[in-house]
Design a protein around this ligand. Structure first.
Ligand SMILES: [Zn+2]
Ligand SMILES: [Zn+2]
Length: 358
């Protein structure tokens, strides 16, 4: 009689333990599959998605292309004032579109495959732990230890106290109980929505932002073009970019007038003109000796040349009124827009961005 009682007690413990394990497995499998999918998707975009698979200038080119296509003035202003924030917003938007629209089915399949892989691992851990305990006459503590250790690289779940289940003797029964509950959980998981990915600890857009934005973000004090150095801190090397813009984009103008400055930095630094380094400064400095104005000018290397990206000429013409309104200045007098700039089409402007990646 006492033997039968003890057997019954053991099997009800096995049922309870089985349910407890399955409950913990369910959350941690979804969590692990989500993280794995987030990493896989970020990796896939780094390899195949043109904006993220090239170098830093490539990313900037794609972002500028998208701003021009959408003719998004607010986006441009954010980009001019805080390029990193606009770049992050661009990455987030592109990732969202890639995963939840353009490659939705692929992302769902990737998630399901990751769930399947972990499920296979769990089933194999179940068999191995049960087999070991049976052959070595082990107890519940040994079974739990073995089972968790086989899964520790893939899944994390809180340890289960074996004391409450020490009366379990039939581990084959425990295994079958877990398999029974686990099968119905697996079915539920296969119907899970991709939205769960948004709750994952690791997110594809954050992974990509970490990888792509870990570089220098200093901007040219004249035109606010971003330094293209891929190192975050590259002192003592000066900041530099092969593509400057006309300084009116940053609000530069002739003092005591409302006339924008429409010269490109690369032209200015070759001229005999002078500039006030700060809004309140009394002293002017020659552009040719801009470094003598101290930081941030001293930390930039601006090579004099005649390069003028058609893109920024188009931008000034397209948003002339908005820029005038935004800065409370005018494209008039010395800041008058040359007629040639007006002839540049949006298509030509976008095409000129390719010069950035040569
Ligand atoms: Zn510049
Ligand atoms: Zn830099």
């Amino acid at each position: 009689m006492s033997v039968i009682k003890s057997f019954c007690r053991g099997s009800s413990s096995a049922v309870v333990l089985g349910e407890l394990i399955c409950e913990k497995l369910k959350t941690s499998i979804i969590d692990a599959a989500n993280n794995k999918t987030a990493i896989d998707l970020a990796c896939q975009m780094r390899c195949n998605f043109p904006a993220f698979s090239g170098n830093r200038l490539d990313l900037e080119k794609h972002m500028l292309k998208s701003l021009a296509e959408e003719e998004d003035f607010d986006g441009f202003i954010t980009y001019i004032r805080n390029p990193r924030s606009q770049t992050e917003a661009f990455i987030k938007a592109e990732v969202q579109k890639y995963i939840f629209m353009d490659h939705k089915d692929e992302a769902v399949n990737m998630f399901k495959k990751n769930v399947d892989d972990i499920n296979t691992l769990v089933r194999s851990a179940l068999s191995t732990a049960t087999q070991k305990v049976k052959t070595q006459w082990g107890d519940t503590e040994m079974w739990l230890k073995e089972f968790s250790s086989l899964l520790k690289d893939e899944l994390t779940f809180d340890p289960i106290c074996s004391q409450n289940f020490s009366d379990i003797k039939d581990f084959e029964f425990l295994k079958k109980e877990i398999e029974k509950v686990f099968t119905s959980i697996t079915e539920q998981m296969s119907r899970i929505s991709l939205d769960k990915l948004k709750e994952s600890r690791q997110k594809p857009d954050e992974i990509l932002i970490d990888q792509l934005c870990n570089c220098c973000w200093e901007t040219c004090p004249f035109c606010s073009a971003v330094c293209t150095n891929t190192m975050k801190d590259h002192s003592p090397d000066d900041h530099s970019t092969p593509f400057h813009r006309c300084s009116g984009i940053k609000g530069w103008h002739y003092r005591h007038t409302v006339e924008f400055s429409i010269n490109f930095c690369t032209t200015n630094v070759a001229s005999d003109c002078r500039f006030y380094p700060h809004r309140d400064s009394e002293e002017t400095f020659p552009y040719k000796l801009y470094k003598t104005a101290g930081p941030p000018y001293a930390n930039w290397r601006i090579t004099p040349d005649g390069s003028k990206l058609a893109y920024w000429k188009w931008f000034v013409c397209r948003f002339q009124n908005k820029l005038e309104e935004y800065y409370n200045l005018k494209f008039q007098g010395r800041g008058e827009i040359p007629d040639q700039w007006e002839t540049i089409s949006k298509h030509e402007a976008i095409k000129s961005l390719d010069e950035m990646c040569k």
